[in-house]
Every structure is written in C-alpha cells, then in structure tokens.
Design a binder for this molecule. Structure first.
Ligand SMILES: C[S@@+](CC[C@H](N)C(=O)[O-])C[C@H]1O[C@@H](n2cnc3c(N)ncnc32)[C@H](O)[C@@H]1O
Length: 226
C-alpha cells in the first residue's frame, strides 16, 4: 500500500496517534536512542529537527543544552510537542515551526540538522539533500531512516497492527520510496563533499500502544559539512 505523504496524511496519522495514546494511556514516546550516542561528542549550539513530530528529540536536545527549532507539517504534532516542551520546562530553548519542509526555507543555518523517520512527498534522498543545505559549515547532519524489508533483504515485519505511536511506526512496511539504504545515503552525501562519521544499521524493538512488539530496522548516518 502506498500513501500520498501530504499534510492531510500526516495530520490524520497524528490525530490517530493522539487518540490511541489517550485511550491506552501510553504517554509520550521517548526519543530514539541514536541521539544520545551520536550527539554526545558535539558542543551544543543551534539545532533543527526536520519533521519533529511530537517533539521527543527536540525536547531531548533542548534538555541537553541545544537551542532547537522543531519543524513539522502537522498542527496536531506541534501542539503535542509544545505541550511536551512546556511540561518539561524547556519552553525558552525551543521554537516550533509549522511548515512543509519541501517548500520552507529557514532564515539561518544550524550547527545540527537532524531528521528521524520523516518522509515527505518528495523522494527520500532528495529530502535529505534538501535539509542538508541548512547545516552550517563545520556542522552536523544526523539522519535516522527506515530500511525497508526488501532493501534490507530481511524478513522482519512491521506487522499489521497500526504501530502508530512509536517512532517510525506504520501499519505496514514503509513503502519503498520512503526507505533508504546506507549505501544510497552515503553515496549522495559523499558525492556532495560531506564527511561521513557514522553509517550504521540497527534493529530495535518497540512496544505498540496495544502492547505488541514491533520490529524496526533503522539506518543511522551522521555526517559533517567540511
Ligand atoms: C514518522 S513521523 C516521525 C516523527 C519524529 N521525527 C520521530 O522520530 O518520531 C514523520 C514526521 O514528519 C512530518 N512530515 C512529513 N512530511 C513533512 C513535510 N513535508 N514537512 C514537514 N514535516 C513533515 C510528519 O508530520 C511527522 O511528524
């Protein structure tokens, strides 16, 4: 099944997730684990979370000394992100931008641009190239992406239960156009002069709002602008 990954799709997905979260009492998701490992060696500065969703990573960055801009196409996601930041006491360290990142242009560059599982209505590698332009010289780009079963050559599945609450959760495998391989990202970034500092695949398992284990295969790429 394929989707048109437009604003209506993401708005509906976030509304569904909000309802699921409320009905199960699951609460907000924690940040994905790669921020802590990949950002550890960086001096905090300005950061953009491109497709920040409900703000887990943006608030984590703010809590760790970054001045963060979280941008997303969904009003519902940003409302939850704002509430999360306020509850955590990091309101002043965060700006929220409601924007279609394929059309928006920031007025500044950032020392860190990160994006986790965001897949808009343009080809995935073009999206990464697009947001990479917003990294300041010497700055870092951190990409967390989906690896599709077919691309990975693995049999892991996302299952049929809507795994809507967790990072990257989809009710089905992410469609091929939303997935990326390490080789593809590396090639695209390296050919543009980026210094690749991390390029890894990781499997992890999350618990869905319904309590079912959901497997994810992630690609993690950290690159530095020369
Ligand atoms: C699978 S969710 C991931 C959210 C969050 N980064 C995380 O790791 O949990 C993808 C996010 O990208 C956002 N998004 C998709 N297309 C977008 C676009 N064109 N501009 C801005 N945000 C977009 C969606 O609204 C959604 O919040």
């Amino acid at each position: 099944m394929t989707h048109d990954f437009d604003k209506a799709y993401w708005e509906q997905k976030h509304q569904d997730e909000s309802h699921a979260s409320e009905s199960t009492g699951t609460g907000e998701t924690p940040p994905h684990p790669y921020l802590a490992t990949e950002i550890a060696g960086l001096t905090p500065g300005t950061a953009l979370d491109a497709g920040c969703g409900t703000g887990a990573e943006a608030v984590w960055l703010a809590a760790n000394g970054w001045q963060v801009t979280g941008a997303d196409i969904s009003d519902t996601a940003l409302a939850r992100a704002t509430a999360r930041a306020d509850a955590a006491g990091f309101t002043d360290a965060l700006d929220w931008v409601l924007a279609d990142l394929t059309a928006w242009e920031p007025e500044r560059t950032f020392e860190l641009v990160t994006s986790s599982y965001a897949h808009p209505n343009i080809p995935q590698l073009d999206f990464y190239e697009h947001i990479a332009r917003w990294v300041a010289p010497g700055g870092t780009l951190l990409i967390i992406g989906h690896l599709h079963d077919d691309a990975a050559g693995h049999g892991h599945g996302h299952g049929t239960e809507p795994a809507a609450h967790e990072h990257g959760g989809h009710g089905e495998n992410p469609p091929a156009e939303a997935t990326v391989t390490l080789a593809d990202i590396r090639q695209r970034l390296a050919s543009a002069g980026w210094i690749i500092e991390t390029a890894e695949e990781h499997d992890r398992t999350l618990t869905s709002p319904g309590g079912r284990a959901v497997s994810l295969r992630d690609v993690v790429v950290r690159a530095r602008r020369a």
